[in-house]
Design a protein around this ligand. Structure first.
Ligand SMILES: [Zn+2]
Length: 488
């Protein structure tokens, strides 16, 4: 036995390494994170924000919104929602635009037509350049947090836009289009090479053509996207895969007509569900196109992960998993955590239980207008609870009550069961805007949700979706929970 073999087979070494690994795991405190946009640092002062977050909720990781054109993770409170008890007491409707809240470095964007725009909202302000040194001085980590939301008028976006079967244009870029792929890879490279970030998180809140034609999502018709993508890249991928493109078009055309009829209240003699399934059997290309759509997104994750590891192997990269994962069993089936583990260091699984009631009710009403038109909305809700293995209140009370904290625990445990080496960081909602009559966040709600996440085995929690809409007493309630659990 040579020395190398001896070392490999040495139980002493193996035992030592094992103990070392366990020691490391024990010394790792849980990730206590919050999503925060540039506007909060500009409005309130970076040092004050960081000290406040540390003091209120023992926050050790900042998920700084670095790229989006959407108001979900950037900008101040939404107009017509009450402003929280901190920050500038006015809305930013006239100054919000979005883009890259850091500084795009043009050398990384040579392979994409999509223009890397600096967000003009706060002049030349670069949120990463400002926040990273101040956070690191306090022992806080900074994750660059960016999402699949590009404004339609960004120069070059039209070269990347999804091609729809019919109807209004897609607001999304095709994940298979090289301009799109290279744009996301450029952001990965730019953030990792230009800044001392501690990791990256990207999110994509959209689904394939099948879910979109069925309306199986929250947020109303079209919020998950359109019947797409039929661009040349997707058509070529289908042909390469032996999928009949004409049959896919025909199947989706018939399915769209079916959905329109059923949505109008015209019930086929054989019922909505049976006639849907009949189309699926007659046109298996419908499912094939759904798979192709997802494959392009999975490939995007895989490519971003690979690029990140080439540049900074020790830094984590992971994904925000859209809330529809909790509502639509069809979308849920496509979020296979075991598969994610091959190209993810962590998942932020959205488990917003407070706005979750309103959103689940939206999903149920949408699905009951199509696939489940043979059922009552209450039956659709019961089916949804049973299939997804958590339970909440009755449909009539759902929006006003929200989902119970037990849903957070259940969803965390489900994620943990398939996480493998991935970290699971449940997204906890704090003051996410809802309708006036729907559930609003209170301190006890946040406390309960944070405790439920750790009860389910979470490796951390991520307060969402942006500090600029959260009330301070609700943030403090998260701190109370983690201190009671002796996690901080
Ligand atoms: Zn495409």
């Amino acid at each position: 036995m040579d020395r190398r073999e001896f070392l490999e087979s040495s139980t002493v070494l193996a035992g030592g390494a094992l103990l070392g690994a366990i020691g490391l795991a024990q010394s790792q405190s849980p990730m206590l994170g919050i999503q925060v946009g540039a506007v909060s640092f500009v409005d309130e002062g970076t040092d004050a924000v960081l000290d406040g977050l540390h003091e209120m909720a023992a926050i050790n990781t900042l998920f700084v919104a670095t790229f989006t054109y959407g108001r979900g993770i950037a900008g101040r409170q939404l107009p017509n929602q009450p402003l929280p008890d901190h920050g500038r007491q006015e809305y930013d409707t006239s100054t919000f635009r979005g883009g890259n809240y850091a500084t795009p470095h043009p050398q990384y964007y040579r392979d994409t037509a999509i223009a890397p725009e600096h967000a003009p909202d706060h002049g030349p302000y670069d949120v990463l350049a400002d926040v990273i040194p101040k956070a690191h001085r306090r022992g806080m980590k900074v994750i660059a947090w960016f999402e699949d939301v590009i404004a339609g008028d960004v120069p070059g976006f039209d070269k990347a836009r999804e091609v729809v079967l019919a109807g209004p244009a897609s607001t999304f870029a095709c994940s298979r289009n090289p301009h799109t792929r290279h744009f996301w890879l450029a952001l990965v490279e730019d953030y990792l090479r230009s800044y001392d970030v501690d990791g990256l998180m990207w999110g994509s809140e959209r689904q394939g053509p099948l879910g979109n034609v069925l309306g199986t999502n929250h947020g109303g018709a079209g919020s998950g996207g359109r019947i797409a993508c039929f661009c040349q890249y997707c058509v070529d991928a289908a042909k390469k895969d032996g999928v009949n493109v004409d049959r896919a078009r025909e199947g989706y055309t018939r399915l769209a007509a079916w959905a329109e009829n059923v949505g109008r209240g015209t019930k086929p003699a054989d019922g909505a569900f049976v006639t849907f399934w009949r189309l699926l059997v007659q046109y298996p290309e419908i499912l094939a196109w759904e798979r192709l759509w997802n494959d392009a997104l999975y490939d995007t994750y895989r490519d971003m992960h690979r690029r990140a590891k080439e540049i900074a192997p020790a830094k984590g990269i992971g994904w925000h998993v859209w809330h529809n994962n909790s509502f639509s069993p069809f979308y849920r089936a496509e979020q296979d955590y075991t598969a994610y583990a091959a190209y993810s260091d962590f998942l932020k699984v959205v488990m917003y239980n407070l706005c979750g009631g309103e959103r689940l009710a939206q999903y149920v009403r949408g699905a009951t207008r199509s696939l489940f038109a043979d059922f009552t909305p209450e039956q659709t809700l019961e089916l949804t609870y049973t299939a997804q293995q958590y339970h909440g209140g009755a449909l009539a009370d759902l929006a006003a009550q929200g989902l119970p904290a037990s849903y957070v625990k259940r969803e965390t445990a489900r994620a943990m069961a398939n996480a493998g080496p991935m970290k699971i960081w449940p997204g906890i909602d704090v003051d996410i805007p809802t309708a006036a009559t729907s559930k609003k966040t209170g301190p006890q709600d946040v406390y309960d949700a944070v405790k439920a996440a750790f009860d389910g085995g979470a490796h951390g929690v991520l307060l969402s979706r942006k500090y600029s809409e959260m009330r301070l007493d609700n943030i403090r309630a998260a701190g109370r929970a983690v201190r009671e659990l002796k996690l901080a």
